[in-house]
Unconditional design. Structure first.
Length: 147
């Protein structure tokens, strides 16, 4: 009887802890609303997300909304367990915001007019850059570019 109770306890704890894992959630395009500008998130090539260490999720329709939200909210970055952006080359795929390569230029038509697209791989950003122009920038300089 003790063995059965032990097995049940382990199973229940496994289910409890696996359901409480903190991670980004898929963006529900056409339904989810941007935390910053309140617009519906529509374009699968754009979108971003912050997830706190407690699991609270903030969704954004563009990288520039994420950046502007971070600028206006004085909460330290380190409380965010995840900061992810959508890989322009692989729509609906979320990638780490700090390691992404950003293409910024007037021919990038992002949802909020910030002219910004994010990429997981620099070579993908360079492919698009050949057609659109613009500059490739990194996370450490993105706050100076987005207004």
């Amino acid at each position: 009887m003790k063995q059965i109770l032990s097995v049940i306890a382990v199973l229940l704890l496994s289910i409890f802890f696996s359901s409480c894992s903190v991670k980004p959630v898929p963006i529900n395009y056409g339904k989810d609303q941007c935390t910053h500008c309140k617009m519906t998130i529509m374009d699968t090539k754009f979108g971003a997300q912050l997830v706190t260490s407690k699991g609270r999720t903030f969704l954004f329709d563009s990288d520039e909304c994420l950046i502007n939200y971070l600028k206006k909210n004085t909460t330290p970055e380190n409380i965010y367990r995840f900061m992810v952006v959508t890989d322009y080359a692989n729509p609906s795929t979320l990638i780490d915001a700090k390691s992404a390569f950003y293409l910024h230029g007037k021919n990038i038509q992002s949802p909020m007019g910030g002219n910004l697209a994010s990429f997981a791989k620099e070579e993908e950003a360079r492919k698009i850059q050949k057609n659109t122009g613009g500059d490739i920038i990194h996370w450490d300089s993105i706050f100076a570019v987005i207004h």
